[in-house]
Ligand binder design. Structure first.
Ligand SMILES: Cc1ncc(COP(=O)(O)O)c(C=O)c1O
Length: 427
């Protein structure tokens, strides 16, 4: 029964019970952390073969190139072939970067602010201000990039099949200062949504007032399923090409959650015009990324099937943690009318919406009970959730029993704070 249907006395009894439950959990002196989407140590162990994939006797690439030296600024050919398959682009539509796709995205956007991109009349930074469409809830570091580079962030709602396209089309139609949109198209951070073909077609075909509009296609979780295999995603580059906008999308990805977080390989894909512009800009700041890291990744995974086999092993490790989150949410909160949540098929997060005005207090109480959660508001620009209702759960890093315990605390906090809210609304 929805808690909002209870009378005052029944709600008061609920609050007393919820407080007792919370106090009992506080008494356990827990120290648990569900804040960031990091791989757990057993996931990292899966890639330990990387550490011996390049040796003093065996460090040459194909054609006997010495990858210990400068050269090949846009990446070694072995890596271009592997990651072109990974991004679903051609080997001449890709640049291999360093260890971080966020770094590639930041540099791409900073370059656009300073110099523009193919199709620009002038640098994006000359708009007053340039505007970025931010589907919410979304990824906090995307928003930070926008904030630091001087963009006005215009939010649109993230739906089950991608961003609210009516809102996106209306925003881009008349205002040439609207330069770009963030998209995490598969297993979105934090909702886990996968973009539908119809959404991708509309993104590709929409009329934009800006001649140099870009879709920042951050496919960070391309192969990161939780047990049922990777979801299908329509090819954005082909869709845009077919719609007559070949330069519109810029694709990003990395092996941060395939091999090592922070020591993987990041990649960027796009039209030849974009690739050539990006490679020129990159060459100013970097004589070449770490080719030995590229080589060991290509040796260790071999091909896309190798990556997929590997990601099945990740799924076997983290699938049960996501199942534990879902089980606890259902057991404690289903039918109470105080929270809704996502059940992702991949990615690193579960997104929970609670009653308006409750998220920050839930995160605070959980912290006092020893369970650190991502700060409320982190999934919105400038850390401000206008309804104070969204909380991102990140269950990959803690061990399974820690996830289970954390969820007991989390659900107890949701119940306590929401019951208090309903009681205060009733008085
Ligand atoms: C959507 C998204 N993009 C990018 C990143 C960071 O990727 P990288 O480690 O390649 O910089 C993350 C990490 O959490 C992410 O969730």
């Amino acid at each position: 029964m929805s808690l909002s249907e209870l009378d005052g006395a029944a709600l008061a009894a609920k609050e007393t019970a919820a407080e007792a439950q919370y106090r009992e959990l506080c008494g356990r002196n827990l120290i648990l952390d569900m804040t960031r989407g990091k791989p757990a140590p057993d996931q990292l162990d899966l890639s330990n073969g990387l550490l011996t994939a390049v040796t003093p006797d065996d460090h040459l690439g194909e054609d006997d190139e010495d990858y210990r030296n400068y050269g090949m600024g846009t990446g070694i050919p072995e890596a271009k072939r592997l990651f072109a398959d990974f991004l679903d682009v051609a080997p001449d539509e890709i640049v291999i970067g360093g260890n971080s796709s966020l770094n590639l995205m930041y540099d791409f956007i900073a370059g656009a602010v300073l110099h523009g991109v193919p199709g620009s009349d002038r640098p994006w930074g000359q708009e007053t201000p340039p505007k970025f469409i931010c589907p919410v809830p979304g990824y906090d570091r995307h928003f930070l990039v926008c904030e630091k580079l001087g963009f006005e962030m215009v939010t649109v709602d993230m739906q089950d099949d991608g961003p609210d396209m009516d809102a996106v089309e209306a925003l881009v139609a008349d205002d040439p200062a609207v330069k770009a949109i963030w998209c995490v198209p598969k297993y979105s951070n934090p909702t886990g949504a996968v973009y539908a073909d119809t959404v991708i077609d509309r993104l590709a075909a929409m009329t934009t007032a800006a001649p140099d509009f870009r879709i920042i296609w951050d496919n960070a979780y391309a192969e990161h399923h939780l047990g049922n295999g990777p979801a299908k995603l329509k090819n954005i580059l082909e869709a845009c090409r077919a719609a007559g906008h070949p330069d519109r999308p810029v694709l990003f990805g990395s092996t941060s959650k395939i091999s090592y977080a922070g020591a993987g390989v990041a990649v960027l894909g796009g039209s030849k015009a974009n690739i050539s512009d990006i490679a020129d800009k990159m060459a100013v700041a970097n004589i070449g990324h770490d080719k030995l890291n590229q080589l060991r990744h290509t040796r260790f995974y071999g091909d896309l099937d190798g990556i997929r086999d590997h990601m099945n092993k990740h799924a076997a490790l983290i699938g049960p943690k996501f199942a534990a989150v879902d089980e606890a949410l259902n057991r404690h909160l289903a039918g109470k009318g105080i929270a809704t949540w996502t059940k992702p098929e991949g990615g690193y997060f579960v997104s929970v919406d609670v009653l308006d005005g409750c998220a920050a207090e839930i995160v605070r109480l959980a912290g006092e009970a020893g369970v650190k959660l991502t700060p409320a508001g982190a999934t919105f620009p400038k850390g401000e959730d206008p309804r104070d209702r969204n909380i991102r759960l990140a269950p990959t890093f803690p061990a399974l029993d820690e996830v289970q315990l954390s969820m007991e605390v989390f659900c107890a906090c949701v119940e306590l704070v929401c019951v208090r809210k309903l009681r205060s609304a009733g008085t």
